[in-house]
Unconditional design. Sequence first.
Length: 192
Amino acid sequence: MRTNTAIAARHPPHKGFLVGALLLALTLIIAIVAARPGGDTGTSANQARAVDRATTAPGTIAAPAAAGLTARQDFFDFGTISMAAGKVSHRFWFRNDAAAPLLVKRIYTSCMCTTATLVKAMRIVGSYGMAGHGPMPDVNESFAPGEAAYVDVVFDPAAHGPAGLGHTERVVSIETDARQRLQLAFVANVRP
């Protein structure tokens, strides 16, 4: 028994295990924080509001809140898509949840491979792309309290050629006269 006691005194148990566990925990925390799409852009607030509207039919009006523009869904995952299959699209519904009218001033995308077409009351208002790449007309479209519209977002996975393969993240931004920016994000895993 003396031999076992002498060995235990020279090699304290669990010291390596504790250091490893702390490093693993720190790595997991960093990975979770870094993996949040959009960073701190109000995504969680929009997701919380989305729960209320998940079963609401498009264009219906619910009680206005003090928020301003809110999206029923502000994030979409296309999953794995094929570059060879061509463009993909998704429709993002949003509305004015403020008690007063809002003016949508600008809509723009984070990349030339993405376009956003605003449709309000079954009328195409305009199609918008990346700022700094061609003319960017102002939207200047007023939204009454409770009024809804949608943005059809089209992503061209072939726009970047072979360099565009793999994980892709893009954002469509909608800015109002109240200095609010609603961000609608999507991801895709692009394969040949």
